[in-house]
Design a binder for this molecule. Structure first.
Ligand code: MLT
Length: 410
């Protein structure tokens, strides 16, 4: 008898974003005349920049020529891309990460989920609440939890509530976790962590033999020079942190797919006898067994963002989305909303009005303004009463959406 992985039965019915998509589709089918503005899932809207397109096309041309054609590439990623990442994303910031500590992949969503596989089932996982749902769902899928309780929390996960009173920054837990997911700049709240905050986490992990799973997918949105872009800017972090980065939001690759994960040589985890083992070879083993690498033209396209012209072009697009975030923040504040994030991050985190729940607010906006956002409660119980707007939209839609919200006269 074939048996299922019963951990899947513990999950809530659907993943958050497809559920939003389903509701929006239903509404659109019933009201085909309404023009819907989508600011829900953080999906980019601006096209790939010219340098990236040219490199992509060059890569395709090489594949079309017998002399330059490539079959399987290195699973870990081509050297030219890993060398560019090491030099421009790390060494230029004084961080000594070498190309062989970098693993190119098809997305940080996949990597933050798949990483669970190389850690034992008995690890205690700490996550923020609200949180990017992938961290919680994949912790459940990997069998590290019990069932979901009435309060929306899974047994066995250590939740770190992030709310207005702690500035949406998780506090160091009193109970000791083994794996700790952190994401800065944060989705969904748009908050950033200062050097002092990150230092506290690294020191805590060093003292308690924990591993920080640091998602830096939105680092390109940091404009404040005092905010670290990488966890490895903090002393000692190479011993305790894995970092996830993505080209999705940095360079518009949500449909093109390219990301990378950094596992430093010094990072150790322990077996049942307490003996230390380097983590990198485990991930290498997993990656080379289950993954055949990102396609050559895509890696070539990704490498183009590290040229002088490519870097300038992607920066302009990031600025465009940040300007959207600024416009939304100002308008929502003018409308009397309490607003967080939106600076150093592409997400604007808003308190609903009139005590509406997150999903009530979602329905109201969809039905009355035809604007889609993401209900805060979809990111966890502490997100109840909040709503996330994504700045990854066309400017004209941002302006139109703000006008429509204004007209609702909350
Ligand atoms: C989001 O909206 O939070 C992200 O776009 C989802 C993702 O990156 O998977």
């Amino acid at each position: 008898m074939a048996r299922i992985n019963e951990n899947y039965l513990k999950l809530k019915a659907g993943y958050l974003f497809p559920e939003i998509g389903r509701r929006v589709r239903e509404y659109a089918q019933a009201h085909p005349e309404k023009e819907i503005i989508r600011m829900g899932i953080g999906d980019v809207t601006q096209p790939l920049v010219p340098s990236v397109v040219a490199a992509f096309q060059e890569g395709v041309s090489e594949m079309a020529n017998g002399e330059t054609f490539k079959g399987y590439g290195p699973e870990q990623g081509y050297g030219f891309l890993r060398e560019a990442i090491a030099r421009f994303d790390y060494q230029s910031r004084g961080v000594n990460i070498s190309p062989d500590e970098i693993f190119v992949s098809d997305g940080s969503k996949c990597d933050t989920g798949n990483i669970q596989e190389i850690f034992g089932h008995d690890n205690k996982v700490a996550i923020c609440d609200p949180v990017y749902p992938v961290y919680a769902d994949t912790t459940v899928m990997s069998g590290k939890t019990g069932v979901c309780q009435a309060n929306g929390y899974f047994e066995g996960i250590l939740y770190m509530p992030c709310n207005e009173s702690n500035g949406f920054i998780p506090e160091i837990p009193t109970e000791r976790p083994d794996l700790i997911f952190l994401c800065f700049p944060n989705t969904p709240t748009g908050t950033v962590a200062t050097r002092e905050i990150l230092t506290q986490w690294v020191d805590y992990a060093l003292k308690n033999q924990c591993i920080l799973l640091f998602d830096a997918a939105y680092e390109a949105y940091i404009t404040d020079p005092s905010i670290p872009h990488s966890i490895y800017e903090i002393e000692g972090a190479k011993k305790v942190a894995i970092e996830f980065r993505s080209f999705s939001k940095t360079a518009g690759f949500t449909g093109t797919r390219c990301a990378f994960t950094v596992i430093p040589d010094e990072l150790m985890a322990y077996d049942g006898l307490g003996q230390a083992h380097p983590v990198k070879p485990l991930w290498m083993r997993r990656h080379t067994t289950k993954f055949n690498g990102v396609s050559y033209p895509v890696q070539k396209a990704a490498a183009a963002i590290y040229t002088e012209q490519g870097a300038k072009e992607v920066k302009e697009v990031v600025q465009y989305y940040l300007e959207n975030a600024r416009i939304m923040t100002e308008s929502l504040k003018e409308q009397g909303f309490t607003v967080f994030g939106g600076v150093n991050a592409p997400y604007v985190w808003v308190k609903t009005k009139n005590n509406l729940t997150s999903w009530e607010f979602f329905d109201l906006l969809l039905q009355e303004a035809h604007v889609v956002g993401t209900p805060g409660s979809g990111f966890g119980p502490s997100g109840e009463g909040y709503f996330r707007f994504s700045a990854f939209a066309d400017r004209s839609n941002v302006l139109k959406a703000m006008e429509r919200l204004k007209a609702l006269h909350f």
